[in-house]
Every structure is written in structure tokens, then in C-alpha cells.
Design a protein around this ligand. Sequence first.
Ligand code: GN1
Ligand code: MG
Length: 357
Amino acid sequence: MDTKKIVSAFAFSSRVTSIDECKIGHINSTFFVNCEDGRYVVQKINKGIFKNPAEIMANVTGVTDHIRAKLAAVGGDTKNGTLQFVKSGDRYYHIDEEGEYWRAYRFVDGNCYQTCDTTELFCRVGAAFGEFQNQLADYDAATLFEVIPNFHHTAKRYEAFETAAMADVCRRAKDCAEEIAFIRARKTACAFIVDGLATGKFPLRVTHNDTKLNNVIMNKETGEGLCVIDLDTVMPGSLLYDFGDAIRFGASSAAEDETDLDRVYVKTEMFEAFTKGFVTSLKKSITKEELLALPEAARVITLEQAIRFLTDHLQGDTYFRIHHEGHNLERARNQLKLVADLEAKMPTLQAIVNQYL
Ligand code: GN1
Ligand code: MG
């Protein structure tokens, strides 16, 4: 792969001075491209996972244009408040000689966190995701391409897990019998959000679907949320997906792959902080049903992530990039520890959200 040649396919407004590789993220390959007029991100879209890169780029440019217009209307930061993609010819992606899809966007300078140490920070992250939801409240969901069908369909994730456990192609099931049993005991929980969407209990909204702490860039000066990034999975969904995934990642005491499980638990003060930022930012647009379901959503989405990691482990690590053998099993165990802790703390979490009724 000739990175220089790929980079040269994009219409940067000034000369490229250097290129560095970025190692964070489980899916796409990312490079930082330094130009005379600033920094850019050039990314190879993982075609194995994102089967329709052109449609993804239509989604993300549509969404970012919409947000930019919203920012302009209120005198907001149109330069850094949402991603700005760079064209290659007349489109927003470049196809290299190997048929791989690439895209480029302006690097948003700010702070990005992998773990959250203060409640203030996490409250601001919650406010940023709530605001993102608000900005897209009037976006026509019907125009969005469903990039990964059933992405947060936890019940279908469960079915895929059962299939993988039964097939056991790598003969790994015997080493994770306890984890498999733990998940099986929670099968009914998997339908909680999708059933609510199907019956109309929870409204269908445009959601981000990957609301990890590291997907919000924070303003270096003010500390407030500046830009929500990683928009590949923006699709119609439930606000509960976004809330649940944010708690799963940001209210955990440890990284997603911490193996010392005594160090992995839910920080209730972090749950409280995110809830405050998110709910306050959503104002009246969150329904009572959604509000009451927030703690359960955190449990369901954390369980879903454990299911996804364990399924990938059982299938031979074909989806999430691993850094060593057994990495996906370690991640699954970590997430299951969080599920158990969320269950233990459920009354406290419910009391926190009830304050907003
Ligand atoms: C993937 O690549 P990254 O870290 O942004 C995954 C998310 C998972 C996450 C777990 C498209 O996101 O759904 O929650 O890993 N993205 C996709 O860390 O599957
Ligand atoms: Mg991401």
C-alpha cells in the first residue's frame, strides 16, 4: 500500500509535509496527514465491515452538512463543530489500486479521552451526545442508508452468538463455558430495546450508535464538547443505544480490555454525571418511557458488546482487530463483569434517573 500516493488523491488546500499512523480503533486504518495549513485524517474504510463505502460517505456528508447548517444558524463553530470532509475529484472518497476506499477530513484539534477521570468531563460528553441528538432530530431518517443492518439489534446479536457457540469452529467454547452460560441466562433481556422500538414504546430516532467517550473531541480551552466524530454508524435507532453504549464505555472504572476484573466496575457517579448532561441537553425531547429505561439500556448494550466480543472469539477473531491471542475473550469477560455490576447497582441507577421524571 502506497500511503503517499493515496494521500495525494485528495484535494488538500496545501502541501503535505508528513504522514503518521494512528493505532487506535478496532475497525478502520487511520493516518494523520500534516499539511502546511493544518492536520487531516486519512482513513481506509474497512470494506469487510462497511460493505457500502459510497453510501456511508453519503450518510456522513449529509449529516455533517446538516449539523454545520444548524451551527451556522446559532453562530456556532462551523469549522470545528462537525467533521469537514475533503474531496477527491468530484466525490468524497478515493478508490486505490487494490479497490480499497479511502476518505479524508480535517483533524479537529481538541482533547480526546480513552478513560474518564472526572464527573465534569463525563457530564460534558453526555451533553455533547444529547446535543448531537437534538441537531439531528429533524434529519430525515428515511434518507439514511442502513450501513450495518441490525447493528444494535441485541436479540439478533444473541442469535448469532448461539449459532457461533453451537458451531464452535475454533473449538474454543469449552474454555468459555461460564461466559456462555452467563449470557444464555440473560437471553430475554436482549429483546428489551428492539421490542420497545417495534411496539412504539420507544420512538425511532437518528442515532450515533457508537457513543464511546473517545468519539467526542473536547474543546481545549473551555473543556466543553466540541465535535462528535466517528459517524459511520449514524442510522435510525433508539436513543437508548446511544445512552447505553456511552455508559458501557465511559462509566467503567477500567479500559474495555482490562483483565484484572477486580478493577472493572461501574462508577455510579459517572452514570449520574452522564445522565445529567445527556438528559439536560435533550430537554423535553426525551420521553418518559425512554428516561425510565436508561439504566436497563446500559445493561442491555453492555451485554450486547460482551456478546459481540465473545461471538468474534468463538468465530476466530474475524471482526474486531485483536492485539494478542484471546483478546476478544478478555474483552468479553471484562464487559460481563460490568453487566454483573450494573445489575447489582440497578436500584441506585434507577433512583438517579427517577430524579428527572
Ligand atoms: C468498534 O472501531 P471503534 O472502536 O470505533 C465497533 C463498535 C464497538 C467498539 C468496541 C462498526 O468501534 O460497535 O462498540 O468497537 N464499531 C463497529 O470497542 O462495529
Ligand atoms: Mg470509534
